[in-house]
Every structure is written in structure tokens, then in C-alpha cells.
Design a protein around this ligand. Structure first.
Ligand SMILES: [Zn+2]
Length: 266
């Protein structure tokens, strides 16, 4: 399952059919109609002679149910209804239609499937990032960084070392990823990219949701390579062993060289 970025837009005219976070098989269907309420301060503001349509503040809250008959998980969605300006040739920028701006989904849809093969700590960090992405991109990026740390723990990359003063010293995430390069250079490069996304999440406010989605995409590749592809290879290996009933693999006999080819090879 590849990441469908349109399911993590900032604004929605209608809700996408996210993959159910519980069974990871069914799709979430929002129960219509979606209740929308205008806030008291927003209604009161209409008495102001300078009132403008873009002063309106509305909230929404609804449920979505998994369409898998054996699951029927229910998720709660809430946030604001916003009316972004659209450009009009005659009047310039004017308020457009209503859009849902999600602030919270509980439990949140996952950006990719998380099977039993994935260590529980990594799964927990991805779930936390999936929840936070709706409210706080920087916090979500920080959880991706934590997922990287758990991944390295599971891969038995040391967390600390003994320094020259014979004291135990923690290793930075950067150093740990460098160490992991010896085991898997390709995945280590992907982990380094995630480290930078996580760093931005910790230190600046410039990080956007699209950066977190980049992080999800890279993390998906790492998890796929580290756990699922390994599983597929092992399944194929087991099938092969069963087929051979444990007998050693038959090696193809090399054909003896013909007289002419012998001559050529000399
Ligand atoms: Zn479900």
C-alpha cells in the first residue's frame, strides 16, 4: 500500500475513505450528515457593523465506521469548518466554500500497514506520529525520529560507548546511524534523511505536513525492506526446503568443454 497524500490534505470538501487503523483491511466511512455548529462568539460578532463573512467560526464533529463487517471500528473526527478565500475577477479575493480542517482523529488512520513483524516500539511511534500529524507537524516529525531510534535499538545498534576517560557516554542518533551503515548502507541513508526531518521537528517551526508525509514515505520503505521483504525471502526459503525435503540443492553439472572451445580458451 503506497501513501496516498490526498488523504492527509490540510482541507477536505468531503472525507476520504481512509484505511481502518484497527483491522487495516476495511475502509472508514463517515456517517452523514456531519454536525456543524457556529460558535457563540461568532454569532455575537454579527452585531458588529464592521462584520465580515470571514469572521464566522464553525466547528464539526462526526464518526466514521469501518466497512469491514468483522471489525466495525468507530473513529471520532473533529475540527473547524473554514472558508478559504478564492479569487474572483470582479471582486478579487472573496470567501469560497466550506471545508473541513481536521484537528483530531481518534484512533488516527495509519500512513502504511503495520503488521506483527514490526517491533511494537516502532509501531507505537508511527501511531503517535499519525495522531499528531493532524494537530502539530513538528510533534509528528519528532515521533518519526523516535521510531528511528527504536528501529536502531531493534537492530542492536549500540546506544552508548566507553569514552577515553573510561566513562559510559551516550551516542548521538547521527553516530548510531553511521554505525548502522556497516550493516546496511542503503537503509542507513534513508534513516539519516528521517533524522533531519526529526531534527527540524525538534528545533524549528518551519516544518510542514508535507515534510511529515515525506518522512512517512521513507519510513514505509525502511519497514518494508527490513521486515516484510525479509519475511517474503524466508517464506520462499522455507518453501524451497520443504520441496527438497531437506536434501541439499542440486548443483547444475558443468558441461565439459568441447575440443574447439578448449582450443579457444588456451
Ligand atoms: Zn476495521
Amino acid at each position: 500500500m503506497s501513501l496516498n497524500r490526498s488523504e492527509w490534505d490540510d482541507l477536505f470538501e468531503s472525507f476520504p475513505a481512509w484505511l481502518c487503523p484497527t483491522c487495516q483491511m476495511g475502509r472508514l466511512r463517515v456517517k452523514a450528515p456531519v454536525p456543524v455548529c457556529e460558535t457563540g462568539p461568532s454569532i455575537a460578532a454579527k452585531d458588529d457593523p464592521n462584520w465580515q463573512p470571514d469572521w464566522v467560526i464553525k466547528r464539526f464533529a462526526c464518526f466514521a465506521e469501518c466497512n469491514d463487517g468483522d471489525c466495525k471500528e468507530v473513529v471520532a473526527i473533529s475540527g473547524n469548518v473554514v472558508r478559504p478565500d478564492v479569487y474572483n475577477d470582479k471582486y478579487g479575493f472573496v470567501p469560497g466554500g466550506d471545508y473541513y480542517k481536521i484537528a483530531s482523529i481518534v484512533p488516527a488512520p495509519l500512513p502504511f500497514m503495520l503488521g506483527e513483524e514490526v517491533p511494537s516500539d516502532v509501531t507505537a511511534a508511527v501511531k503517535a506520529a499519525s495522531t499528531l500529524i493532524w494537530a502539530d507537524s513538528e510533534a509528528a516529525a519528532n515521533k518519526i525520529r523516535i521510531a528511528v531510534e527504536h528501529f536502531l535499538n531493534e537492530r542492536k545498534v549500540p546506544k552508548s560507548t566507553i569514552n577515553k576517560k573510561r566513562k559510559r557516554q551516550s551516542l548521538s542518533l547521527h553516530t548510531r546511524i553511521e554505525k548502522y551503515k556497516a550493516k546496511n548502507k542503503d537503509l542507513a541513508n534513508h534513516l539519516m534523511a528521517l533524522k533531519w526531518i526529526g531534527n527540524n521537528g525538534s528545533h524549528t517551526a518551519a516544518l510542514k505536513r508535507k515534510d511529515v508525509l515525506d518522512g512517512f514515505q521513507i519510513l514505509h520503505h525502511i519497514i518494508d525492506e527490513a521486515y516484510y521483504k525479509t519475511r517474503i525471502k524466508l517464506t520462499e526459503l522455507s518453501k524451497d526446503i520443504i520441496k527438497r525435503k531437506g536434501r541439499p540443492k542440486v548443483r547444475r553439472k558443468l558441461k565439459p568443454l568441447s575440443r574447439t572451445s578448449r582450443k579457444r580458451s588456451v
